[in-house]
Design a protein around this ligand. Structure first.
Ligand code: ADP
Length: 672
């Protein structure tokens, strides 16, 4: 207030009307507070007061409203009449009357108090307002009067709230996405990072990274490279998009990122830092690596298959050449008996070689398709080892490898020799290992054996042959794998033997491995669980001892293949046995019906009309006791079971092995 005003207030008279001149808007007590003048300015003040944009009112030191303007009416929705005499506090949600005490005279402008209050409007709506209160000169009665101006800040509050929500949403968004997001200043120091980034760098809270740099987290070389990249962006203003970065932390943890870094511009277009987004692509990289590896392996497998086919072709052609070539020579009528026998030996061994190859292929496909079934029984392991010893001793002589000393070193104690396992499969693995030992050894020794170690049987085959390079020692157990494809030419083989052996040993729940040194030799080991067995009951027939009077015997051969029948005919030539021939199942049944004194039927299974199983069942229904022996080329355990189920008494594989046939004949013909 100006001095003149002050002066005039001092000269005020008993008139009760102040500002605006109308007692309508004024409480009684207010008459003392406002300067009383009688000139035209009074009117101006009243309009001035009402014209104020802000809600304005005057109150006493207790908050009682003395005077209000129109803007205050509009703000509160109360009329002047309702407002005057009302305590300002009653319009607020939180009272602050006490604070008025501290407000000094308006002369001291610094004492203008600003308060954020929540005003209850007449319609009960709450609105946020700012109130500024200044103390006016005490009136005549000595009471303090206060001038208050009040603005609605609801809109500001609303937009503040919206900003807050937007910020929270943005924060939530940035912290929820898996990408690393960060902002750095021109010195490449972090000024903002999201949660993902903080976690990647080993922090729980993003704030912990502020003012740190890559030098705090990565080795000097890595950090320097990142720094240089960022400084280049800051210098040039050009972003770097989708860079692949391999980052190794100080602790040696390797992560891959796909990173984009952009310059951060201020409003004047100056670069003030960089904004980075990085996606952790370590898993993707790992997948890519695996795919690449798988591709390499597939290519390798392809190569292996090609070389397998080449080997296979070689393996098939070699014995076939023998068979075809020497069969031609046999046509020569002038051939000496000696030569004839030699040629026949070659044909026989070539045939056996081919059979071995076919068996290998069947075995590997059965292992692959999980169709190979074990047939576990009690048997004497020492017997098996002795048989193999005798066989390979002869084989060394046959192959003219007499410079090799063969030894069966370890066998089981008499107590342990009877075990339960698949004799045939153990034999197969040992034959494969011993054949390889023989194949790849030219001089020195081959020692093999087996010992019981706790609950396992450990077998070994040790040779002093060419050995296997260390890095190839695990690969040779893979199918078609040979140390060198040139070996196939030098030593033969298809690279299936060890893969089959591994498959069989795994099926038997054991392990197989090799220890080897180039040019010093190899030792193959394998284990199978030791399951104690029992001595099988002695067979009442010692077939090698018996002799049969062949002359009174009659055998019906059911065989559609002329050559196979001729083979049997040749076999029985010397025995003066009577052979009957049926080229199909129906003829066989007819013969059995007509002739009562047949001693045995050799039944081919694959026949043109009804198959061997059906024919057997029919024959058995005619003559129950007549022994029927199945002969088939499908050499499998399933096949054997199928034959037995059809009523066959026994089973013999094709091509026929004379010893086995003789064994069968003696067994069943002796029975009669
Ligand atoms: P194959 O003998 O038919 O080639 P295998 O699977 O039995 O197939 O053997 C695979 C490869 O392992 C052989 O070609 C040979 O390179 C190597 N190998 C196996 N046994 C021996 C051994 N006793 N000494 C040296 N190399 C061996």
């Amino acid at each position: 207030m100006h001095k003149e005003q002050k002066k005039s207030s001092k000269t005020s008279t008993k008139k009760t009307t102040v500002i605006g001149g109308s007692s309508d808007y004024v409480s009684e007590s207010s008459t003392h507070q406002i300067n009383e003048t009688n000139n035209s300015e009074i009117i101006d003040y009243k309009y001035l007061f009402d014209a104020l944009y802000a809600g304005t009112f005057v109150m006493d030191e207790y908050g009682k409203i003395l005077l209000v303007n129109k803007a205050f009416e509009s703000l509160t929705l109360y009329s002047k009449h309702e407002l005057v005499e009302l305590n300002f506090n009653s319009l607020l949600t939180d009272k602050f009357t006490g604070e008025l005490m501290g407000i000094e005279s308006t002369h001291n402008k610094a004492n203008t108090n600003l308060h954020e209050v929540r005003l209850k409007r007449k319609d009960s709506k709450l609105i946020w307002c700012i109130v500024s209160i200044s103390k006016i000169e005490k009136n005549q009665s000595g009471k303090d009067v206060y001038l208050a101006q009040i603005h609605s800040i609801s809109d500001i509050k609303k937009s503040e709230e919206k900003n807050k929500k937007d910020k929270e949403l943005l924060n939530y968004l940035i912290n929820s996405i898996p990408e690393n997001i960060y902002v750095k200043d021109i010195n490449s120091q972090f000024i903002y990072v999201n949660k993902s980034m903080a976690q990647q760098l080993g922090h729980l809270y993003p704030e912990e990274l502020i003012s740190k740099s890559d030098f705090d987290y990565f080795p000097q070389k890595t950090a320097k490279k990142l720094y240089d990249d960022e400084q280049e962006i800051i210098r040039t203003g050009h972003p770097k998009i989708n860079m692949e970065e391999k980052l190794i932390s100080k602790k040696g943890r390797i992560r891959w990122y796909s990173t984009s870094k952009m310059p951060w511009f201020d409003e004047n277009g100056n670069v003030i830092g960089i904004i980075g987004i990085g996606l952790d692509i370590t898993d993707l990289k790992e997948e890519q690596r695996k795919l690449k590896k798988a591709k390499r392996l597939a290519e390798k497998a392809d190569q292996l298959k090609s070389s397998f086919l080449a080997n296979m072709s070689h393996e098939i052609r070699t014995p076939l050449n023998g068979i075809l070539g020497f069969s031609q020579f046999l046509r020569n009528k002038d051939l000496s008996v000696d030569k004839k026998n030699r040629y026949l030996d070659i044909i026989l061994s070539s045939g056996n070689q081919l059979l071995g190859l076919i068996n290998d292929i069947i075995d590997i496909s059965k292992i692959d398709s999980g169709q190979l079934r074990l047939n576990c029984n009690s048997f004497s392991l020492n017997n098996l080892l002795n048989q193999l010893y005798v066989y390979f001793k002869e084989e060394l002589v046959r192959q003219k490898k007499t410079g090799i000393y063969l030894e069966l070193k370890k066998t089981l104690s008499e107590l342990d020799t009877f075990i339960v396992s698949d004799e045939l499969r153990i034999k197969q693995v040992l034959i494969n290992l011993l054949s390889n030992a023989m194949k790849f050894t030219n001089r020195g020794s081959i020692i093999f054996g087996c010992e019981r170690i706790d609950q396992n049987l450990t077998f070994f085959v040790k040779d002093t042959g060419i050995g296997i390079k260390e890095k190839l020692q695990s690969e040779i157990f893979e199918r078609f794998r040979q140390v060198d494809s040139s070996y196939a030419r030098e030593y033969g083989g298809t690279g299936l033997g060890l893969a089959i052996s591994k498959g069989l040993i795994e099926l038997l729940e054991g392990e197989i491995w090799v220890e080897s040194k180039t040019n010093k030799g190899s030792t193959f080991w394998f284990t199978v669980p030791f399951i104690p067995g029992q001595k099988p009951a002695e067979s009442p027939l010692d077939i090698s001892q018996i002799s049969i009077n062949w002359e009174d015997k009659k055998i019906l051969v059911v065989e559609d293949d002329e050559f196979s029948y001729q083979l049997l005919e040749t076999l029985f030539e010397d025995k003066k046995i009577k052979l009957l021939h049926a080229s199909d199942g129906l003829k066989a049944i007819q013969i059995v019906k007509n002739s009562k004194n047949i001693d045995m039927v050799l039944m081919d299974i694959k026949l043109p009309d009804i198959d061997g199983y059906t024919a057997t069942a029919k024959i058995k229904s005619i003559q129950k006791k007549l022994p029927v022996i199945a002969q088939t080329a499908y050499a499998s355990e399933d096949e054997k079971n199928k034959c037995l189920q059809a009523g066959c008494d026994d089973y013999i594989e094709k091509p026929l092995k004379i010893e086995k046939l003789q064994e069968i004949l003696e067994k069943y013909l002796k029975k009669k």
